[in-house]
Design a protein around this ligand. Structure first.
Ligand code: HEC
Ligand code: HEC
Length: 276
């Protein structure tokens, strides 16, 4: 039944018979794209598409359940691990809100040390420090410690504009991500652009479609009853269109993360955001 309604909704959407455009609040905030090549006329956070009570939960750090995951991350930051007996704090200082300023808004990007040059998102960078510099095991994607550290890094840039670079060595990832964004996936044959470019502002079933921006991740999602990563969300969107998702942390999703983040360049980082 769930599948059938999904298909009906998707067909309705493709034939242009979506529900009426829902009102964003009159005073919603939008930003000018920072790059002329951005297909969006205005860049809008997913925050603006959520109902007031959800926004209020995000606005209040004491209400926002993802702040508990930040606490897990701050504890992890100080915890020594691995053969070197070091913690993040030993190398990066006690307060990630200081040392990680200007970092979270620029990922994914290339980072290097010697011959370890690679394109990484924050999660992969954290694991790089763990495996190569601490002699510790990689943390698992979407587990509290990894989510908490990723939130910590990103939170240090809360309010700063998203600012990923797509030139130079990142260009092939950008092109790959762009191709993916417009590729029809799954049994429903829908692309990211169908929902998040052509239909943002419209409803699909009960969901008010946003531009699918990444500026709030990792974030708390009511449906998850928990916190999740950008790649978990990508995965969910692919499953919803009956596609087999790519693997979290691997090149395909890194490329898609770069491309979607670029579409949101200029949007303030909200991490950790709250969504339904
Ligand atoms: C043995 C020292 C060491 C430890 C321990 C360490 N790092 Fe790093 N980390 C580095 C160095 C060196 C760099 C590259 C230079 C820089 O950007 O500071 C780096 C880079 C980073 C960056 C990218 C910064 C940027 O500007 O792009 C992040 C994020 C990061 N580390 C997070 C962590 C986290 C989280 C931990 C704990 C799990 C950790 N690191 C543990 C040494 C360390
Ligand atoms: C059938 C429609 C549909 C397709 C296709 C789709 N999504 Fe989504 N997506 C949604 C819905 C519904 C939500 C939740 C409401 C919202 O924020 O739009 C969502 C949310 C998101 C969010 C979270 C936005 C936020 O602010 O929390 C991201 C990121 C996202 N999608 C990315 C993608 C990417 C990348 C693709 C392509 C692989 C994709 N989506 C394909 C329907 C879709």
């Amino acid at each position: 039944m769930k599948r059938l309604t999904t298909i009906i909704a998707a067909i309705a959407m493709l034939s242009g018979a979506t529900y009426a455009v829902a009102e964003l609040a009159d005073n919603y905030t939008s930003y000018k794209p920072t790059d002329k090549a951005n297909p969006l006329d205005e860049v809008i956070s997913g925050y603006e598409f959520r109902i007031k009570s959800t926004q209020e939960t995000q606005d209040d750090d004491f209400e926002n359940p993802a702040m508990l995951t930040l606490d897990v991350g701050l504890e992890e930051w100080e915890t020594a691990a691995g053969s070197e007996g070091k913690s993040c704090a030993d190398c990066h200082g006690d307060d990630p809100m200081e040392s990680m300023k200007g970092v979270g808004s620029t990922y994914p990007k290339f980072t290097e040390e010697g011959d370890h040059r690679a394109f990484r998102n924050i999660e992969n960078q954290i694991n790089f420090c763990r495996t190569e510099r601490m002699g510790a095991d990689a943390l698992k994607y979407d587990k509290p410690e990894m989510l908490g550290l990723t939130i910590a890094v990103r939170h240090a840039d809360r309010g700063e504009p998203m600012n990923v670079a797509v030139d130079g060595d990142a260009a092939p990832f950008f092109e790959q991500g762009k191709d993916m964004y417009y590729t029809r996936y799954g049994q429903l044959g829908l692309s990211c652009a169908h929902c998040h470019e052509e239909n943002y502002g419209n409803y699909i079933r009960a969901d008010h479609l946003s531009q699918g921006q990444t500026n709030g991740f990792p974030l708390y999602r009511m449906k998850w009853q928990g916190v999740g990563s950008t790649h978990r969300r990508f995965s969910g969107c692919m499953k919803n269109i009956r596609a087999v998702p790519f693997s979290k942390g691997e090149d395909e999703f890194l490329a898609l993360e770069l491309y979607t983040s670029w579409r949101g360049n200029g949007l303030p980082v909200e991490t950790p955001a709250v969504r339904n």
